[in-house]
Design a protein around this ligand. Structure first.
Ligand SMILES: Cc1cc2nc3c(=O)[nH]c(=O)nc-3n(C[C@H](O)[C@H](O)[C@H](O)COP(=O)(O)OP(=O)(O)OC[C@H]3O[C@@H](n4cnc5c(N)ncnc54)[C@H](O)[C@@H]3O)c2cc1C
Ligand code: SF4
Ligand code: SF4
Length: 1021
């Protein structure tokens, strides 16, 4: 078993008083959340780098007073302080044996906005997208547009001196920060800004400033000699504030601004309390020229000429990325529209301007320039904003696909942001590619050609020979960077991976000056020690996430994870057969390790992922937090048998199995499936509560309940019954329950099932919920399908079924409880019953997204063989089927306008995860004169039985209140509310009960209502 998490970076704690007293003192002194348990510390022991160090503890401060108190107590106990934003750093900046201060939950206010001066003051936990969303109505934005804009905090961006795609036009953080309000480790507070304003600072700070100035004067000649003259240089401290070296000056007047010394200091000098930022007007007009190149070399060689045209961005996409994007059906048309023939590389060249003429003119100049450079006819000109946006999305997605590589070899970030002057870019790329080949690997090139910062991550296996290769490649890359007078760290900072290279880059004299600077700010050495100065070796394997001796513990898994258990050959780019990767946890371990901690799941305003994080803002309730908890548990770092431990249960407690991560996590972490695996092991170790058993076995006892529906329905009618239910079982008394019906669909399916099983075009799979609670939905499906001319058969158990009278069931309720064997039994019945229909090409159609889509998802990891795959290929949501038929010109539904002219559509999470929302919109669009608005919502928060649990009621409603319920309440009374999930409909009804109840319906019922009255046409197919 692996050793428990260790603390490799030694700090001098007050040993007589120990951690226990430190924790107690801290907990009493602050109003925020304090965590010292092993799992919480484990969740904060990694970032998007390859490193892992267990922190001393974690503080989530409620206010800046908490931070002040914490720093004072840290000083007393000699515990280091580590400020943390999203933890998306790639170099290990945010891991350390320290008290981690997570500023994202509460320190996230935009404090002031001055529209005329175009400045804003923010707390450090404000996320870039959050800031820009609030600036948009004022025609302003903060232009350091990092790719991680949805989660990166301004405090973290300043800490790393982050840079965006458009840095050539707008600069890095250092060019856009006006002042920093900081707290030093000795408790001193001051505003660091223009030198002229420092005269009014406290005496301690005035003295500090004087000594900093003296260092600047003393080192002027060395600064001029050693600091690279490129814009993209983020290594070391910005000592060149005293002798400007950047291609783009840090200040407009040439003066010294001491805030710029703190920018890029990675939390090692002070804690940033507030930031004053320079804003820009949102560019009014943009054009995009896509230049197609026959070779990568030619593309890189042309970049230096292109930048003379004054573009806002010049971004590279190489052949591998083009191919990856073309492999995705959604992106293929977008990328194809940008290509001329089969280029080896493309450059995306963006021009911006206040008037349309300017960027259009410069696009013309680009076309002419490429002609002069021998590439006439190589530019695709895009002036349409939508087309431009779509192409930028492809560029982002290509990176994501690259990061989703399976197997132990992963693209590793350590030289991925070296910056070289543009005239050497082509040669640099060529020679570094040869270096990769020498070490048996390769890299994909992309990103910021405009500033000579090309991202490339060689694929390395950090459990085996990765560390040695990393050093060897870094040595050779650094020699190239030196030869070309470039910067070794051009975007992502120093952290643990590059602090040892600070000396290589700047020489011993400036390193000495950096150490003096560090000691002047932080004499006790408490602020993020080991970063930038006095660093560790990049290949110190004791600091790795997968350190020597790391191993996953053997595990008998309930689901089939073999697809993840593979070896990847980086040169041939091939995968070994499923199940051959050597994972003792049968692939589950490797699936969990797909999370590289990039933090993309912390986004809060688009897509679905991750609703429990959006409602709580807790790392524990985040996809990343869950993946880290699982990884630590599976490798023995949370103690023995930790998979079935309370720590893992708590991490999964608020996961609503929405599958948002399955689709939106760049590396494809599928936490909903992992939750099933966890629940299986949990229930084996601890059994199930009566409530969980009741819910799990609902499909088995439902036929009995439907015979006496008045009995279970008493809960809703008998005074006090719901409160007794809560006390005895744990179902929330504040919830209504769906009403049991006597007129179940399958009881009456004599009418619906009349079409001959042998020649039906469509086989309707009627799930438990549609059958017992909302049979009108299933009836509507039959009516609509028949009206479209389809012969409809209703799925029944096969003749040799073990329970022939029992309705078919997808097994979802069993999966939710972790009763995988029961779920498999149900799945086998479904596969057997539907196989003959699938064999003759009938479409299997269902209504409830979470049920039907199980056939395409969980059924495939249950070991059910080829028959399950064939079923998955033929299983459709009813709207997917209708949309497909419509597109093929086979659907002729007689539809008339409805009294309502607007519909508000809320998508079920699983519909979004399986890309089915387009189909819903498409079929609703068949209704004449019906305008459709889609709610930009995440999960409705009901999620099967989650929202019925008394312990989850509040958080369930909080999820719904994030977007769905406000949108429903705001909808005009005559708006049709459409939601295809039974849970979503229930949440809408429950959540609006007190404010004028609104009822949502399945989209099939909208179509049914719009059917032109009269006899449906006779089935024709
Ligand atoms: C997929 C991916 C894409 C990326 N793309 C880009 C990109 O386009 N451009 C780019 O520049 N970077 C990029 N990065 C790196 C990273 O996302 C950025 O550096 C980001 O700005 C970090 O923000 P954060 O909130 O995650 O900061 P964190 O990682 O949490 O912290 C960064 C540093 O700032 C310090 N810090 C945080 N808050 C404070 C505070 N209050 N006081 C003092 N110090 C503080 C931390 O101690 C740490 O040293 C990328 C990373 C990933 C994983
Ligand atoms: S779960 Fe996915 S999105 Fe979240 S940090 Fe891990 S890899 Fe990134
Ligand atoms: S399934 Fe949903 S709630 Fe669970 S981790 Fe993924 S995105 Fe979050």
């Amino acid at each position: 078993m692996n050793a428990p998490l260790s603390r490799p970076l030694v700090f001098h704690r007050n040993r007589e008083r120990g951690d226990g007293e430190f924790a107690t003192r801290l907990a009493h002194a602050v109003a925020g959340d304090v965590f010292f348990d092993q799992a919480s510390r484990g969740r904060y022991s990694t970032d998007a780098s390859i490193y892992q160090i267990e922190p001393v503890g974690v503080l989530v401060p409620k206010s800046i007073d908490d931070v002040r108190a914490a720093i004072a107590i840290c000083r007393e106990f000699s515990v280091p302080v580590l400020a943390r934003g999203a933890g998306s750093s790639q170099c290990g900046q945010t891991v350390g044996a320290a008290l981690v201060i997570d500023q994202t939950k509460y320190l996230n206010r935009i404090v002031a906005l001055d529209r005329d001066a175009m400045t804003a003051t923010v707390e450090p936990g404000v996320v870039l997208d959050q800031l820009n969303t609030s600036l948009r109505p004022h025609g302003l934005w903060f232009p350091v547009d990092v790719s991680t804009s949805a989660q990166a905090t301004l405090g973290g961006m300043a800490g790393n001196n982050s840079c965006g795609s458009r840095s050539i036009a707008f600069g890095n953080m250092v060019h856009n920060v006006l002042a920093v309000d900081a707290i030093l480790s000795d408790g001193t507070e001051a505003r660091f800004g223009p030198m002229a304003e420092m005269d009014t600072a406290p005496p301690r700070v005035r003295e500090l400033v004087g000594r900093l100035r003296a260092i600047g004067t003393r080192e002027r000649d060395e600064i001029e000699r050693r600091v690279p003259r490129v814009m993209r240089r983020v290594g070391g401290y910005n000592i060149d504030v005293f002798a400007p070296q950047s291609e783009r000056p840090y200040t407009t007047g040439g003066g010294v601004n001491l805030a710029h010394l703190l920018v890029g200091s990675e939390g090692s000098l002070a804690f940033t309390r507030r930031l004053a930022l320079k804003l820009c007007a949102v560019p009014r007009h943009r054009t995009l020229g896509v230049v197609n190149f026959p070779t990568l070399y030619k593309a890189m060689d042309c970049a230096r000429h292109i930048v003379r045209l004054g573009p806002a961005a010049v971004e590279l996409v190489d052949r591998t990325m083009i191919d990856l994007a073309r492999g995705n059906p959604a992106f293929r048309p977008v990328i194809d529209a940008a290509l001329i023939g089969e280029p080896e590389a493309i450059l995306l060249v963006e021009f911006i301007g206040e008037t349309q003429d300017d960027p259009v003119r410069r696009l013309g100049e680009l076309v002419a320039l490429m002609g002069d450079l021998g590439l006439a006819g190589s530019v695709v000109q895009m002036t349409d904003a939508g087309a431009q946006r779509a192409l930028w999305e492809v560029r982002k997605a290509g990176l994501n696909i690259m990061m989703s590589m399976k197997g132990d070899g992963k693209p590793v970030s350590f030289i991925e942001d070296c910056a070289v002057p543009l005239e050497h870019l082509a040669e640099y790329v060529d020679r570094l590619t040869q270096v990769f080949a020498k070490y048996g690997t390769r890299g994909t090139w992309y990103a910021h050609a405009s500033v000579g910062t090309l991202h490339v991550r060689p694929i390395l296996d950090m459990r085996r020979d990765g560390a040695a290769k990393m050093r060897a490649i870094a040595e050779e890359a650094s020699a190239l960077v030196r030869e070309y007078k470039g910067a070794f760290s051009g975007e992502h900072g120093d952290g643990l991976v590059r602090s040892e290279w600070v000396g290589w880059q700047f020489g011993p004299r400036l390193v000495g000056a950096f150490e003096e600077i560090k000691d002047l700010f932080d004499p006790a050495g408490l602020m993020n020690p080991g970063k930038i100065v006095r660093g560790t070796r990049m290949d110190d394997a004791t600091l790795f996430r997968f350190r020597p001796g790391h191993r996953t513990l053997p595990l008998a898994t309930a689901l089939d994870w073999s697809a993840w258990d593979v070896h990847h050959d980086p040169v041939a780019d091939t995968l070994s057969a499923p199940g051959t990767g050597g994972d003792p946890a049968r692939g589950f371990g490797k699936a969990v390790e797909m999370c590289n901690n990039n933090g993309h799941c912390r986004k809060f305003d688009a897509g679905t992922m991750c609703p429990s994080y959006r409602a709580t803002r807790d790392e524990q309730h985040l996809t990343r937090g869950r993946a880290n908890t699982l990884r630590l548990a599976l490798s023995g770092q949370l103690g023995p048998n930790a998979l079935a431990s309370e720590a893992v249960r708590a991490a999964f407690d608020l996961c609503v199995s929405c599958k948002g991560c399955r689709r939106e996590c760049p590396t494809g972490v599928d936490m909903a499936k992992m939750k099933i695996e966890f629940r299986h092991h949990w229930q084996q170790a601890h059994g199930l509560s009566l409530k969980d058993r009741l819910v799990a076995h609902l499909p088995r006892w439902a036929p009995w309940a439907a015979r006496v529906p008045w009995l279970p329905n008493l809960r809703g009618t008998l005074p006090g019954a719901s409160r007794i239910g809560e006390a005895l079982l744990g179902f929330s008394a504040r919830r209504t329950f769906p009403a049991w019906r006597r007129d179940t669909f399958l009881r009456d399916a004599g009418m619906a099932g009349a079409d001959n099983a042998g020649d039906a075009d469509v086989v309707l799979f009627v799930d438990t919920f549609s059958n017992y609670f909302e049979p009108e939905n299933a009836r509507a499906a039959v009516n609509v399908l028949r009206a479209g001319g389809y012969r409809v058969h209703v799925a029944r158990a096969s003749g040799d079924d073990e329970r022939p009278g029992q309705p078919l069931c997808c097994g979802r309720t069993y999966l939710a409880a972790g009763l995988v064997d029961d779920a498999k039994r149900e799945a086998r019945r479904v596969v057997a019953a539907l196989a003959p229909h699938v064999a003759r090409g009938a479409a299997i159609v269902g209504l409830e997204p979470s049920c039907l889509l199980s056939l395409r998802d969980e059924f495939l990891v249950m070991g059910l063989g080829e028959a399950a795959q064939r079923l998955a290929d033929n299983a459709f949501l009813v709207e997917e089927f209708l949309a497909r038929e419509h597109r093929a010109g086979r659907l002729l539904l007689p539809l008339a306008p409805l009294p309502q002219t607007r519909a508000l559509l809320h998508g079920h999470c699983h519909q979004k995860a399986f890309d089915a929302m387009g189909a819903v919109r498409e079929v609703l669009g068949l209704v004449p004169n019906l305008a459709i608005d889609v709610v930009e919502s995440s999960c409705c928060g009901m999620a099967g039985n989650f929202g019925y649990d008394a312990v989850h009621f509040d958080v369930s409603l909080r999820m719904a209140e994030l977007a769905l319920l406000p949108a429903v309440r705001a909808a005009a009374p005559d708006t049709l509310l459409v939601a295809d999930g039974t849970s979503c409909r229930h949440q809408i009804a429950d959540g609006t009960r007190d404010t004028g109840m609104r009822e949502a319906i399945h989209c099939i019922r909208v179509l049914e209502r719009a059917l032109v009255a009269g006899d449906p046409p006779a089935p024709s197919r």
